[in-house]
Design a protein around this ligand. Sequence first.
Ligand code: NAD
Length: 392
Amino acid sequence: MIRLGVAGLGTAFCKMLPAFLKHPGIRMVAAASPVEEERTNFARDFDVPVYHDAEELAELSNVDALYISTPTPLHAEHVACALRNGKHVLVEKPLSLDVDTALALVQMAEQQGVILLVGHSHSFDPPIQEIRRIVETGRLGRVRMIHNWCYSDWIYRPRLPDEFNTALGGGVVFRQGAHQFDIIRLIGGGLVRSVRATTGIWDGSRPTEGAHTVFLEFTDGTVATAVYNGYDHFHSSELTFGLGEWGEVDDYRAMPQYGRQRRQVQLADTQTEVQMKRSRAGYCSTAQYAAVERLPLFGMTMVSCENGDIRQTPQGLAVYGDREIEYLHLPENVTAHDSVVSEFHDAIEGIRCPIHDGRWALATLEVCLAVLDSSKQQKEVFLQHQVGVSGR
Ligand SMILES: NC(=O)c1ccc[n+]([C@@H]2O[C@H](COP(=O)([O-])OP(=O)(O)OC[C@H]3O[C@@H](n4cnc5c(N)ncnc54)[C@H](O)[C@@H]3O)[C@@H](O)[C@H]2O)c1
């Protein structure tokens, strides 16, 4: 049994919680958050000690592993502290804000002989993992093009001030691009050669990237695009059977919902917006966080191989071969978060090698940084820290 401490009891934690509760090999034994209400709620539900700070958890002798979902600017110090104390770490993306720090953390985990895993990302989504499996069989020939296009209300969801600061990990490149690049890297084999991108900050009152168009080329010549627009007009759920990122029904077009998110935050001052985020982010009770039992669709993912195309459907995948279209049904009771927790558990127990380890996460972070750099310099940026999906 892996004894887990959870650091941060906000949005990301609440999404992960059902998977922690479901896995038979993991038990939550402690938690930390500076927010008193979150600590009180957690202690009430799980009857375990709660602390103010992630670093206190890292020092507990009865904790084997830490899940870190604290704000992005704190990841590096919290991960370093956990690793120093010999704990296995599962940290939300991004691992850190620069390549050198990420590399130092990766090396620290390797020296300590502990597991460092980064998740959740939507590359854990069961349909994306199934696409990877099909590509690996080679039955459609070599993969040639991968596209992920996502339109949402991301920039107008209630935010903390740091989330508008790109240098602190704010904006859609770090927060949403990280999902897209992980999906694309997983399907394409991991090794991105270069990136050319243009990012957009179109609303000066929310001064971080809200949109990007990215062209990626893999070392084997496979090409990919990642398009994101978080300015809450069109939603790509319209292209994905009305289903959203978590498999939820997204009826954003119906009045009065249409544009409501944007109008609400535009009317709020900073303090009100922080309260809006807190009221929908922090841990309240287990009852609130049942996993959606439908397959997730993080925008529209299209994959073209030499002899066929693959896309997601509400039930799984459609595989367009030379002679027929095959419809694959995937189980709905295994979530992406279940896959994260299993990969972490199995890596610690030595059952299988993880894909989304520190070096994998460093490579995805390198893509995020290259997107920002390419847009600034208006030129192609070449990558140096890419790793493949398997064979490590
Ligand atoms: N994988 C995903 O789908 C996903 C979704 C949302 C956020 N994230 C990532 O998760 C991270 C957190 O984002 P969020 O939206 O959950 O933020 P949030 O503000 O909702 O939650 C952060 C939590 O960390 C706590 N915290 C702050 N300082 C702390 C400290 N020193 N020690 C312990 N706890 C501390 C806060 O009180 C809060 O409970 C970010 O890095 C973000 O990129 C990932």
